[in-house]
Design a protein around this ligand. Structure first.
Ligand SMILES: [Zn+2]
Length: 152
């Protein structure tokens, strides 16, 4: 195994923090169904036995998608309510109401936290081995790709 290998897994988590539910405006069942549909389900298990550095996003992308651009102006999926802090589900149903202040809070708690970990670790690997080889691990749902293409 390459010592400078870092596996990044942004979408496997099914975790929604308690404060997530504060903003939700649809039935819990709808969220639970989309939680699995939207996840790169069990991709983290594929990498479980690989002995290398890993950064795994703590929360579901329904809470915060750490692999979008932080600013909606830079993020093409933001016009569909699926920027770093989603407001809409695939298919266009709005599932939560997020004020600009609340968005900042979620970015701080989840997005920035994640990227600080990722930057620190990749920098540490570069310092130690001279380079860092990052593999970004996803799965692709045919249904999501049909809706949004590879940016899903
Ligand atoms: Zn993914």
């Amino acid at each position: 195994m390459a010592a400078n290998l870092l596996i990044h897994i942004p979408h496997a988590s099914l975790c929604l923090p308690p404060d997530f539910w504060r903003d939700v405006m649809v039935d819990r069942k709808i969220i639970e169904n989309n939680l699995h549909f939207m996840a790169d389900y069990k991709v983290d298990e594929l990498a479980r036995d690989i002995d290398c550095h890993k950064v795994i996003a703590k929360y579901s992308r329904l809470y915060c998608d750490v692999e979008r651009f932080q600013n909606d102006a830079d993020e093409p999926m933001a016009r569909l309510g699926m920027g770093a802090v989603y407001t809409h589900l695939p298919g266009g149903v709005q599932y939560r109401q997020v004020t600009p202040e609340r968005r900042k809070e979620i970015i701080r708690q989840a997005y920035e936290y994640h990227h600080i970990q990722l930057n620190k670790l990749s920098q540490k690997i570069v310092n130690q081995y001279g380079s860092c080889m990052m593999i970004d691990l996803h799965s692709y749902s045919d249904d999501l790709v049909r809706l949004y293409g590879k940016s899903a």
